[in-house]
Design a binder for this molecule. Structure first.
Ligand code: MN
Ligand code: MN
Length: 457
């Protein structure tokens, strides 16, 4: 079936232009002024912005973590994603301790296949390094996994400097890419012990034991390890000005560094942790923690200058009942917040309408750059001939209020409750099918696995 989107403004990483978009089945076949297509169904998008379907390259669906399982599985998580304009997620496949990467991949396909509303791919977590895992890396590329993840904190997951060096060396052979969670593990553990020795247990102990400079230290160390290997790396969920400076220093040395941040670090500040109501504060516990207003400003500036390439969500949702677990032990609060359903409207409202970033930059950081970085471009990330017809129709006039009760995420709260958006998502199209109309998800489980290729950013 042919459809013609008429009268809208098409957004790309280069800017905006008035253009019609003709789609045939799952693909975009033409973009241009005054397209004539007598057999096409016309969709009037006068006054609307058309953006390439958003890509969220950092989600955790159906993850067993902190002695519990995330509130969102692939079904509810991907419905939430789609409702928020995200047509593709890249989730983190994670083998159980002692199992192989193949086991991890099989497990993630079992969690996702046939149960997912938007398209999806997987990064592969490397939380151990040995000859078996090294041999498996080649197979991962054959399976469409072109990006990996490592941790510098969480004793159960972290590799240590030597193994991280070895793993990056292997990925370099393959032209591979690795995202890294950067926080100094040892000093954080010592600070936690000090709090506990003094019987301090407020939620604010969470940010106080994970200060910005211990994130910056890990960023710096990662980038020096990457320098030794001579490989580009991705710093995931970067939160603060000091860490940004380390990325800039590495670039000045000639290194290629990709940086991701998340909406929570752009629109919230650490005052959320000082709410005297336990649950109100625990809602916001995530790692690294939410920082200061001055850090928000630094992040927006870096986005504007192209020094941060992607905004993903680190969606890792829990219910308030699950957040109860840490009432008497701040280290037992499940770490993570929901975000996949609100990213587009938050970035448009807080970034574009305030002129902190342009629409073109929004398009880059939500769609085009993640598509390139994670090997899906130009199938994804752009409204152009030959691309999948993944289209977000954004109505700049339809302001609304973010409410947890409207969300399809299984988290029973929203970190942005009461936030007034500028405009809202009117429609979401996934590979040529109308998937969301004015906040209502009408699609079924039509998501497909997207095998990915190499970084082209
Ligand atoms: Mn992380
Ligand atoms: Mn994460």
């Amino acid at each position: 079936m042919m459809r013609l989107f008429k009268g809208g403004t098409v957004v790309s990483g280069r800017g905006t232009k008035r253009a019609d978009v003709l789609i045939d089945g799952e693909k975009i076949v033409q973009v241009g002024r005054n397209i004539i297509a007598p057999n096409a169904q016309v969709i009037d998008v006068t006054g609307m912005l058309l953006l390439p379907g958003f890509i969220d390259a950092h989600t955790h669906f159906d993850l067993d973590v902190c002695n519990t399982t995330t509130a969102d599985d692939f079904t509810s998580g991907s419905r939430a994603a789609l409702r928020g304009g995200t047509t593709t997620v890249v989730d983190f496949a994670c083998p159980n301790k002692g199992e192989t990467l193949h086991d991890g991949l099989k497990l993630w396909h079992k969690k996702a296949d046939g149960k997912t509303y938007c398209d999806y791919g997987f990064h592969m977590t490397i939380d151990d390094w040995n000859e078996t895992i090294e041999r498996e890396i080649d197979d991962m590329y054959a399976e469409g996994i072109s990006s990996f993840k490592m941790y510098m904190t969480y004793p159960a997951m972290m590799l240590g400097d030597e193994l991280m060096y070895c793993a990056l060396k292997k990925l370099k052979e393959k032209g591979g890419l690795c995202g890294v969670h950067c926080e100094n593990s040892g000093v954080i553990d010592a600070l936690i012990k000090e709090k506990k020795a003094r019987n301090l247990n407020r939620v604010s102990c969470h940010p106080e034991t994970r200060p910005d400079y211990l994130e910056a230290e890990a960023v710096s160390r990662l980038l020096r390890i990457a320098q030794a290997v001579d490989i580009p790396v991705v710093i995931v969920h970067l939160t603060n000005a000091a860490a940004l400076k380390e990325a800039e220093a590495a670039r000045k040395r000639g290194q290629k560094v990709y940086v991701e941040t998340c909406p929570q670090y752009l629109v919230l500040d650490d005052s959320v942790y000082y709410n005297p109501d336990y649950l109100e504060a625990a809602k916001y516990v995530c790692s690294p923690p939410i920082r200061k207003i001055s850090d928000q400003k630094a992040l927006w500036g870096a986005l504007r200058r192209g020094e941060i390439q992607t905004v993903s969500t680190d969606h890792c949702s829990f219910t308030l009942a699950q957040k109860e677990a840490g009432r008497h032990d701040f280290t037992a609060i499940p770490g993570g917040i929901p975000g996949v359903e609100t990213r587009g409207e938050l970035i448009y409202t807080a970034g574009v309408t305030t002129r902190k970033i342009s629409l073109a930059t929004m398009c880059k950081v939500l769609s085009e750059n993640p598509a390139k970085l994670y090997g899906m471009f130009p199938r994804k990330g752009v409204i152009a001939k030959g691309a999948d017809a993944d289209i977000v129709v954004y109505d700049p006039q339809a302001d609304h209020v973010i409410r947890a009760e409207d969300m399809v995420s299984q988290a029973d709260y929203n970190p942005y409750e009461g936030f007034v958006t500028r405009g809202s998502i009117a429609q979401v199209w996934l590979r040529g099918s109308l998937a969301v109309e004015r906040g209502r998800v009408i699609a079924g489980c039509n998501g497909v696995y997207i095998p990915r290729g190499k970084n082209s950013l």
